[in-house]
Ligand binder design. Structure first.
Ligand code: DX5
Ligand code: ZN
Length: 219
């Protein structure tokens, strides 16, 4: 399992401490939610903040672009040293080109899909994608309740990937916590974005261990 704390749920006035907590918890990635106030009704961080974080930690940044025009800002995040970048299927008119661009820059290319977007929409890009961010809440805010039918959706996506014979990692984002992480893992998810359940915990390091244990016991 790969554990990706979402920095959106941290104390935004103290991101350096948030990075230390992620390091203590052996995080595999730092999930970085970019919102443009247009694709989603919220504004968060930009590439200068991503660059500053990438310079402070050796944990790879996992950028989730919730923006209407991903092409216009892709190079900024690639230049900032982000290891993984996901664009939304619903926002990317020229998805094939964007994914190829990310890969050509030696980063890992991801596609994020909203809860209402069927996994079958991904069929054509599976050969050129490294990971799928399957949203288990509607994007825009942290701390929302997990959409239960996402578990069945992960299973369908996993089946689609297996049948096509591709190596594509499934990342789940939104409301992930102890009650759902084992089922998500059994359904085929490999990477888990955890925001409020991690940073909102009184003991995030113990929380991360609890989540890892739940996944280990599920397999
Ligand atoms: C939602 C973001 C998520 C969010 C996850 O739009 O994409 O990454 O930060 O946070 P929790 O775990 O609180 O749902
Ligand atoms: Zn996200």
């Amino acid at each position: 399992m790969r554990f990706a704390p979402s920095i959106l749920a941290a104390d935004l006035a103290d991101l350096a401490s948030a990075l230390q907590v992620c390091e203590s918890a052996d995080a595999d990635f730092i999930h970085f939610d970019v919102m443009d106030g247009h694709f989603v009704p919220n504004l968060t961080f930009g590439a200068p903040v991503a660059r500053a974080l990438a310079q402070r930690t050796s944990i790879p940044l996992d950028v989730h672009l919730m923006v209407s025009d991903p092409r216009s800002m892709l190079d900024d995040y690639l230049d900032a040293g982000c290891a993984r970048i996901a664009v939304h299927w619903e926002a990317a008119v020229h998805l094939d080109g964007l994914l190829t661009h990310i890969r050509n820059a030696d980063a890992r290319a991801g596609v994020a899909i909203n809860p209402a977007t069927p996994v079958e929409a991904l069929s054509a890009v599976l050969p050129i994608v490294d990971f799928v961010v399957l949203m288990s809440v509607n994007p825009g805010f942290g701390g929302q309740p997990f959409i239960e039918r996402s578990i069945a959706k992960v299973a369908r996506l996993h089946q689609l990937i297996e049948r096509a014979g591709h190596e594509v990692e499934i990342e789940v984002d939104g409301g992930v916590d102890t009650p759902n992480i084992a089922a998500l893992s059994r359904a085929g998810a490999a990477t888990f974005v955890v925001g409020s359940a991690f940073f909102g915990s009184s003991d995030p390091v113990t929380k991360a261990a609890e989540l890892r244990r739940a996944v280990a016991e599920a397999s």
